[in-house]
Design a protein around this ligand. Structure first.
Ligand code: ADP
Ligand code: MG
Length: 602
């Protein structure tokens, strides 16, 4: 066979295979054109799953009469002028292929009137060949109807999927674009019936209500721009990426995510946009899933609508003709940033019920002692004895997932003191909401970690008591004391025999200085009695908790502003600030978003 140059028409048909696979892809290309034309309203009308006809009407800039034929030539585009433009694409289209490709495999009618033109033009094409043109009256914008798709390529027609599949994909596509362009009013009809519409209000949440219904939409958590939040604390590293480097990337992430209580069987409710383009990216999708680690049931996936904005030159959209994949230039893949941002949002904004489980889960992962089926050491001393009046209801955290996770250690934001309520709760304000801190639980956590740290470094520092304090013991307790002198010394106590069944307290752990030394030693003796069957490690843990719990500020004790400031400051520095060592929450967090929800304002 001799070598021929393909006719323009045949070349277009071959090229069409890449761009226009199916009705869905036609809708996608036409929708992108309407968005690029800066339409304020777009109506999409589909017949028979797009096989019979696809009609898209927009009120965008329109095509000038003199250019309407050109628009249907291959490689004709108004969106790119030079090679340099390709490096920084700001429009959805740029390849100049779609109209040519679509027209070559269908019958097209287009009516368009450009801004400033007195009248519109109506053009008809059959298999890419013009067969009619007239000047018509028309509103500004473009209406394009694509009929009998693939009528001239029977092989393609045979492989078309069912109308239902096509409808589902088109519904998904239009809702995705409605999310990315909330200021555009979309209306989608299938065989004359409206299946989706958005109001063009500019609020993503309004579109989410249309898609998911008010019930789910109300629960969604808004992602705040990472860069508006405080610098991540040291140690907030994920998968070896430096948070500082990420922090400086000119990337913003916004959008909405579902709370852990909203989950799906498939991961297709994780929707990603890069610079207004809906993309598919397995790694970024996985980053979102990872952020929900331990929070979702097995094989269930979260909801997340994420908008990433980055300089167009940092992302390559020209990877594939369908433009649904992107490549991040250099090492700029915002994987860690996405994961961290989603996790942050979950933690910062989680409703109370989730707030309690999350920190416990993270405690397991950071290997804090005391969880995971070990006995509960948290019993406070008998009621009345030391003026402690809360019931012994240590709630062990729920069983965690044993898989390791790359999630940052929990940290509290810097807080501002507001005041004290009921003589036992401290109110503070964080960057995005308010904290109600249980002063006893918080102080218990602080003392426990301070004492633990000192013991890990050798012996706890002691505070000498002038003159000493005598404490009487039972015979049994005296024997226990002899047996456990070493542990008590390590804990910061100096206890000397002082006549029969009496001990002289010479020093107490420095972190407990100022509290009732006799009461403290009595509590420790009771703990020794209760802990007879514990292993040495377990006994130390039990003593640490007893000292922390006993020495912590009582729930009915009013504090000065200075004391509260100091307590908050110390709590911020704790490794596990979210619960006391017995697993009770140290605070309840109310985000501003949650308050607004509670007040019915969003
Ligand atoms: P691309 O979108 O890659 O530029 P297309 O083949 O999809 O290529 O469209 C070719 C050109 O036709 C566009 O660059 C644009 O100038 C014009 N065009 C297509 N659709 C519209 C529309 N709905 N409104 C205004 N102009 C349009
Ligand atoms: Mg296009």
């Amino acid at each position: 066979m001799s070598i021929n140059i393909l006719s323009e028409q045949l070349a277009s048909q071959i090229a069409a295979g890449e761009v226009v696979e199916r009705p869905y892809s036609v809708v996608k290309e036409l929708l992108e054109n309407a968005i690029d034309a800066e339409a304020g309203a777009i109506n999409i009308d589909i017949r028979e799953g797009g096989r019979k006809s696809i009609q898209i009407a927009d009120d965008g800039c329109g095509i000038p009469a003199a250019e309407i034929e050109t628009a249907f030539l291959r490689h004709a585009t108004s969106k790119l002028q030079t090679v340099d433009d390709l490096a920084a694409i700001r429009t959805l289209g740029f390849r100049g292929e779609a109209l040519a490709a679509i027209a070559s495999v269908s019958q097209v009618t287009i009516i368009s009137r450009a801004q400033g033109d007195a009248s519109g033009t109506r053009l008809t094409l059959e298999a890419g060949v013009k067969n009619g043109r007239e000047t018509v009256g028309a509103p500004q914008g473009t209406v394009i109807a694509v009929e009998n798709l693939f009528y001239n390529t029977p092989a393609r027609l045979k492989f078309l999927k069912s109308q239902r599949t096509e409808k589902r994909l088109i519904d998904e596509l239009v809702t995705r674009y409605a999310l990315a362009y909330p200021h555009i009013r979309f209306r989608l009809t299938h065989n004359g019936r409206i299946t989706f519409q958005s109001n063009g209000s500019g609020h993503v949440l309004d579109v989410l209500v249309e898609i998911y219904g008010p019930e789910i939409a109300r629960q969604l958590l808004e992602i705040r721009d990472w860069r508006t939040r405080p610098e991540p604390a040291e140690g907030l590293e994920i998968e070896g990426e430096s948070p500082i480097t990420d922090h400086r990337l000119p990337i913003t992430i916004s959008g909405f995510i579902g709370p852990p209580s909203v989950h799906f069987a498939r991961r297709d409710q994780i929707v990603l946009f890069v610079n207004g383009r809906w993309i598919k990216d397995g790694r970024l999708t996985y980053a979102v899933i990872q952020a929900y680690h331990t929070l979702l049931p097995q094989n269930r996936y979260p909801l997340g609508i994420l908008f990433l904005e980055l300089p167009p030159e940092d992302v390559d959209v020209n990877v594939h003709p369908t433009k649904t994949e992107v490549r991040f230039r250099g090492d700029k893949a915002p994987f860690g940033l996405v994961q961290r941002t989603v996790r942050e949002t979950l933690v910062q904004d989680a409703p109370l019920s989730q707030m309690r489980t999350w920190p416990a889960g993270s405690q397991m992962e950071t290997g804090a002692p005391g969880w995971g089926g070990e006995p509960d050491f948290a019993s406070p001393p008998p009621q009345g004895e030391l003026g402690l009046d809360w019931p012994d209801t240590a709630v062990p955290p729920p069983p965690g997932n044993d898989a390791k996770t790359a999630v940052p250690e929990s940290q509290l934001p810097i807080m501002r003191l507001v005041g004290q309520v009921g003589g036992r709760y401290i109110i503070t304000e964080g960057p995005d909401g308010l904290f109600l801190i249980d002063q006893h639980a918080a102080h218990y956590r602080v003392l426990y970690e301070q004492l633990q740290a000192q013991m890990a470094a050798g012996e706890a520092e002691r505070h000498l008591l002038e003159g000493g304090t005598a404490v009487s013991l039972t015979a049994d307790q005296s024997a226990l004391l002899d047996q456990h002198q070493a542990q008590l010394t390590a804990l910061g106590f100096t206890l000397e025999p002082f006549g029969p069944n009496t001990v002289m307290v010479r020093a107490v752990p420095v972190v407990t200085a100022g509290c009732d030394a006799a009461g403290l030693v009595t509590a420790v003796m009771l703990a020794l009695e209760r802990g007879r069957r514990l292993s040495p490690d377990e006994l130390v843990e039990s003593l640490l908790r007893t000292v922390g719990d006993t020495a912590a500020v009582a729930p009915d004790h009013s504090l000065t502003s200075d004391e509260m400031e100091r307590l908050i400051h110390h709590l911020e520095q704790c490794r596990d600030p979210f619960t006391d060592p017995a697993g009770r929450p140290t605070f309840i967090y109310l985000s501003v978003a949650q308050l607004a929800r509670e007040f019915g304002q969003i």
